[in-house]
Design a protein around this ligand. Structure first.
Ligand SMILES: NC(=O)c1ccc[n+]([C@@H]2O[C@H](COP(=O)([O-])OP(=O)(O)OC[C@H]3O[C@@H](n4cnc5c(N)ncnc54)[C@H](O)[C@@H]3O)[C@@H](O)[C@H]2O)c1
Length: 311
């Protein structure tokens, strides 16, 4: 028995080079045709090129996920070209931000808007397209570990990722009568493995990274805070204990394998729930630190999907 998405059409929003591109490539490698959405033309082009050089078929679905006319426009284009949509992955979001004491109303509103309106509009219009055609599809909304527990320094992100988790449960109820499934997938700061992204980071003198921000200014997790005398540090700054029981939170390719399975017919009764690939990080008790990664057996080797030679 092999997992196959052969004959299915997928739409992935926010196909930037990290997680969105990893999911889009995986869906393609498992057999789906993939429509690639982003506000960035270069992100779409790079994702399509990555899919095509790995033997898949892809099309551009450009547009802002918060603009209803644009959303209906690119969904219409996919239906015109391929006649159906079986899989939607809501992935576009703004990362980063600031903590409660420093976040601005405008940045808070924009981050919540992209996530809430983007996930709602795409789920609504793809859901309608599926229901009208009696397609028993799968919709995956990308959440975050920050949607399930608290992190200092990212108040807007925490708000909208928490919202995604219950949006999915309610959307799953609305779409259950049609056989359409809606679930969250929770990434946990995966280690980028797109060869192009790694090469770009190396050129800029950066390491492989774990948490990237391309969304908006203000820094990554935990934006800068002021230097007034009353300020308190929001985070531990000493030597960090190992945090992940299996030693790694994996890569976008690990996410892609799991999302592809969640969109396959094997998962036909899985709806309104969450799938997480995190090496046990979320299950960990707060009072326990795992052993050093170097002392662990580690996971099985990664089943690689991108055949691009390292650059
Ligand atoms: N990177 C992580 O460590 C991490 C961890 C947990 C969850 N996540 C989630 O995974 C998803 C992808 O994360 P990433 O690290 O690849 O992010 P990223 O910032 O690299 O990519 C997001 C993409 O969304 C696009 N986008 C932003 N606003 C848009 C809009 N209005 N319309 C269309 N496209 C838009 C951006 O242009 C970008 O290409 C997000 O939902 C993020 O919250 C990421």
């Amino acid at each position: 028995m092999e997992i196959s998405l052969e004959g299915k059409v997928a739409l992935v929003t926010g196909v930037g080079p990290n997680i969105g591109s990893g999911i889009a490539l995986a869906l393609s490698k498992y057999g789906a045709k993939v429509a690639c959405n982003d506000v960035s033309e270069s992100a779409i082009k790079a994702c399509i090129a990555r899919i095509e050089r790995n033997g898949g078929e892809a099309m551009a679905a450009p547009g802002d996920v918060t603009d209803e006319a644009a959303v209906q426009g690119y969904i219409g284009d996919v239906l015109k070209r391929w006649g159906r949509i079986d899989i939607l992955v809501n992935n576009a979001a703004l990362l980063g931000g600031k903590g409660l004491l420093d976040e601005s109303a405008a940045d808070f509103e924009r981050a919540v808007r992209v996530s809430s309106l983007g996930y709602f509009l795409n789920t609504k219009h793809v859901g309608r397209a599926m229901a009208e055609r009696a397609i028993k599809g799968s919709i995956v909304c990308i959440s975050s570990s920050n949607g399930w527990s608290g992190t200092a320094g990212i108040i807007a992100y925490a708000f909208h990722k928490g919202g995604v988790n219950n949006f999915v449960r309610a959307a799953a109820m609305d779409l259950a009568p049609y056989g359409i499934r809606v679930n969250t997938f929770t990434p946990t700061a995966p280690n980028p493995d797109n060869p192009e992204l790694l090469a770009e980071r190396a050129k800029a003198g950066l390491g492989p990274g774990g948490v990237l921000t391309t969304g908006r200014p203000g820094g990554g997790l935990g934006g800068p805070t002021g230097d007034e005398p009353w300020r308190r540090p929001s985070r531990w700054t000493g030597q960090r204990a190992p945090m992940v029981p299996m030693g790694t939170t994996g890569t976008p390719t690990d996410i892609g394998h799991a999302v592809a399975w969640l969109c396959s017919d094997y998962a036909r009764l899985i709806t309104g729930t969450d799938l997480v690939v995190d090496g046990g990080a979320r299950a960990k008790n707060f009072a326990y630190s795992p052993a050093e990664p170097a002392d662990l057996a580690g996971p099985l080797p990664l089943i690689v999907l991108d055949e691009t030679p390292p650059q």
